[in-house]
Ligand binder design. Structure first.
Ligand code: KIV
Length: 286
């Protein structure tokens, strides 16, 4: 059996075969990801938008995240399970952040991810001190949607790119075992990847990172509304699903589902005792 992926395994992958991370929010999607052999399953706060129908990621709580982390962890994946710390769960005090992270670990996460740079270094250090591995997240940080004025590519000017590099160094220095870089120019992601000692995992950050992450529903085509340019669709599950349900609806309306073979039957004795016909007479009881 293949070895469990852990924070040290991921940390050691720096500069090697690219790390593969996808999101999953429940047991069936965790099984899909794990059977495909991904390294890391991220229970992202994107669950808010992808699954729960909210407009942004600010709506989910620690309890919501723990609910989804538990579902993923019960699939017992070989991949490492990383849980997003939701907005406001690590901003008020380091004590509260450690307590909230512990809730996610007890739900089944092997690490947590949080957004932000240098201002988050103390909370990263506190979590690491509590033996909780931490993944950083820089660039487009969706929990800052209002502060950023929308979902925009970050680090496009020299000073902003330099600030991102300083943030990445601070996160690595505080003990992050990996850092997600979201929606930054390829050149900036490449520079950060060369400069920090821990793996970078890109999404909309070009091919030079130490790994890549996509939202599973985007790559499967289960989400088929407009997608950012960095999404590559490897399936058309939404279209397949619509076609399958439409075929089922057609069969029900035409009375061709269920068939006799898909039905249970009385035994001969029970049918005779009741004095009723058995439409599937001659078939096995059951
Ligand atoms: O919540 C999420 O899905 C994420 C990824 C986009 C990295 O943070």
């Amino acid at each position: 059996m293949a070895q469990q992926v852990t924070a040290p395994t991921v940390r050691a992958a720096k500069g090697g075969t690219p790390l593969v991370m996808v999101t999953a929010y429940d047991a069936p999607t965790a099984r899909i990801a794990d059977e495909a052999g991904v390294d890391v399953i991220l229970v992202g706060d994107s669950v808010a938008m992808v699954v729960l129908g909210y407009e942004d990621t600010l709506q989910v709580t620690v309890a919501d995240m723990a609910h989804h982390v538990g579902a993923v962890a019960r699939a017992r994946p070989r991949a490492m399970v990383v849980a997003d710390m939701p907005w406001l769960s690590y901003h008020l005090s380091t004590d509260e952040a450690v307590r909230n992270a512990a809730t996610l670990v007890r739900a089944g996460a092997a690490a947590v991810k949080l957004e932000g740079g240098r201002p988050r270094a103390p909370v990263v250090a506190a979590l690491v001190d509590a033996q909780i591995p931490v993944m950083g997240h820089l660039g487009l940080t969706p929990q800052s949607v209002h502060a950023m004025g929308g979902y925009r590519v970050q680090g496009q000017q020299a000073d902003a790119a330099g600030a991102l590099l300083d943030d990445a160094r601070a996160l690595a220095g505080a003990g992050c075992f990996a850092i997600v870089l979201e929606c930054v120019p390829r050149e900036v992601a490449r520079l950060i990847t060369m400069e920090v000692p821990v793996p970078t995992i890109g999404i909309g950050a070009g091919p030079d990172c130490d790994g890549q992450v996509l939202v599973l529903h985007d790559l499967l085509g289960l989400e088929d509304r407009i997608a950012p340019k960095f999404v590559r669709r490897y399936g058309a599950l939404k279209a397949d699903g619509v076609a399958a349900v439409a075929a089922y609806a057609g069969d029900v309306r035409a009375r061709s589902f269920p068939s006799d073979a898909e039905s249970y039957h009385l035994s001969d004795d029970a049918a005779a005792a009741l004095g009723i016909d058995r439409p599937g007479a001659g078939r096995r009881t059951g």
